[in-house]
Design a protein around this ligand. Structure first.
Ligand code: FAD
Length: 478
């Protein structure tokens, strides 16, 4: 029997796992996919929100501001990309000023540092491509951008390094209450734990409702995006938001930490918890709304589109804690935006709650830092030459768009909780994320995966399960 089982390896589950790994406890993460970061954590705006949106006093507000504060040190400790670039909420006319002022007031109450309302002229000086009709804006210097994949992977790798077990391709199907703890029936056998953390994203209502009579309901709220080429990455230097509506923060335009430009998302309520396909209507909406605040957007530079699902709970609040009637079951549910921002604080809150309940002692040998995959671009010419001399794989470019070397791909596969699929390599290294969207590098990355994992090319998948890429051979001799 484990002390704690965490359902889900997204940012919430991984952050809980990492924070729990500070303590002397046996912890296991059960993930239905073949890797971490396969749910909502891989498809979002990647903004580290400042914290002026959430209702003052709410858990969302508290954990957003705290998570934002924690992110910088965490990015240093765990070596993932984060940049504090600031954000602007654009107000286009005087009539909308009360909405902007309300956000400012909320920000002040929530303790957001440095926010202020600035004039249209000031905005234009900061962002030359902002619409000429800008009237004013709410400027939040503490907002930032992060690499969501590396945040999630870094948290999981560090948790693993500190003794947390991860079981992939393991779908939790049923939960049964025992005299002490819970039994989890999965697609790969039965697991028992004294405590369960429910971090199952859009499925968190399903597990909560299995153990509690106080039912919750999560609606998958889809957000469609267009990602633009790096040639458009400097079009704005901060995250540009519209005034929020009851469906969320509206269509934003933002640079990404890797130098692309991201435009989106929509907010469309759907029923299918796996419905991450984009739709024509959704993308048309993104394109039509994107130009409201930013002029001359080079939409011909779109290199891909994608969609993510917000886990929208009816109460629009994070549900974190133990239901009255399900002792030992800790929810981490309704983690919609700003969940990515809040995850360091969510992990801390859940771990402290369990520490107090279980009387956990700190580990003496907790490893607080982790090193990411070496990016040869960060080296001097001489250092790079030396690296290639020692390890020639760093001289072999596999992904030409993102200039990713064989050395980086090998590292992604061999490191703890390493990549097992094409998407796993992509999320860890960016191989395949560039302009050609893996047109050139897929077969070469597959060859490396097959060689490193000691399997056949035909067994390499895009993202685990049945997503095989090679379905047969051609030119077979009869
Ligand atoms: C369009 C959009 C934009 C967003 N933008 C931002 C933003 O800019 N900033 C921000 O802070 N937040 C943002 N968010 C919110 C943020 O992405 C989420 O809050 C966060 O990623 C949720 O992480 P999670 O770990 O709770 O869920 P997930 O990442 O979905 O992880 C849940 C995991 O549970 C697993 N799982 C589910 N069922 C089972 C099962 N039966 N057995 C085993 N495993 C299971 C899944 O496979 C998945 O890996 C956005 C979200 C969306 C959709």
């Amino acid at each position: 029997m484990y002390d704690v089982i965490i359902i889900g390896g997204g940012v919430s589950g991984a952050a809980c796992a990492r924070e729990l790994s500070r303590y002397q406890a046996s912890v296991c993460v059960l993930e239905k996919e073949e890797d971490v970061c396969c749910g909502t954590s891989k498809a979002n705006s990647a903004i580290v929100h400042a914290g002026y949106d959430a209702v003052p006093g709410s858990l969302m507000a508290k954990l957003n501001v705290k998570g934002n504060e924690m992110m910088e040190q965490l990015s240093k400790d765990l070596d993932f990309p984060f940049r504090r670039i600031g954000s602007l909420v654009i107000c286009l006319n005087e009539e909308d000023m009360p909405g902007l002022e309300e956000l400012y007031e909320r920000g002040m109450e929530n303790g957001v540092p440095g926010i202020r309302i600035i004039s249209g002229e000031e905005v234009k000086a900061m962002e030359p491509n902002i619409t000429d009709s800008v009237y004013a804006a709410l400027y939040a210097p503490s907002a930032g951008i992060v690499c969501p994949f590396n945040l999630n992977i870094a948290l999981a790798e560090n948790a693993y390094e500190n003794g947390v077990e991860f079981q992939f391709d393991t779908e939790v199907e049923d939960i049964v209450k025992l005299d002490e703890g819970y039994e989890l029936h999965t697609s790969r056998g039965t697991y028992q734990a004294r405590y369960v953390v429910n971090a199952a994203g859009v499925y968190a209502d399903k597990f909560h409702n299995m153990v509690s009579e106080e039912k919750i309901h999560i609606t998958p709220r889809r957000g469609d995006y267009c990602l633009l080429d790096k040639s458009a990455g400097n079009h704005v230097s901060r995250t540009i938001f519209s005034l929020p509506t009851k469906y969320g923060k509206g269509v934003l335009v933002t640079p990404t930490v890797h130098g692309n430009l991201l435009v989106g998302p929509t907010a469309i309520d759907i029923e299918d918890k796996e419905g991450t396909n984009t739709t024509r209507e959704g993308l048309d909406e993104v394109i039509s709304k994107a130009g409201q605040n930013v002029k001359d957007l080079p939409m011909r530079q779109v290199i891909t589109s994608f969609a993510g699902l917000r886990a929208h709970e009816d109460g629009t609040e994070f549900i974190i804690g133990e239901p009255e009637d399900a002792k030992g079951f800790i929810d981490c549910a309704g983690i919609e935006s700003p969940g990515l921002t809040s995850c360091p604080a969510i992990g801390e809150m859940v771990a402290e709650l369990l520490r107090d309940k279980m009387g956990l002692e700190k580990k003496e040998n907790f490893i607080a830092t982790r090193k990411g995959i070496l990016d040869p671009d960060t080296l001097t010419k001489e250092e790079r030459a030396e690296l290639i001399r020692k390890e020639p794989a760093y001289g072999n470019i596999i992904c030409r768009c993102e200039m990713i070397t064989e050395g980086e791909i090998i590292d992604a596969i061999r490191r703890p909780l390493g990549a097992k699929s094409l998407d796993g390599v992509k999320r860890r290294t960016r191989a395949g994320m560039g302009r050609c969207q893996s047109g050139f590098c897929s077969p070469r990355t597959m060859e490396i995966l097959a060689r490193e994992l000691g399997v056949n090319m035909a067994d390499i998948t895009k993202s685990g399960g049945t997503s095989r890429l090679v379905v047969g051979t051609n030119k077979d001799r009869l």
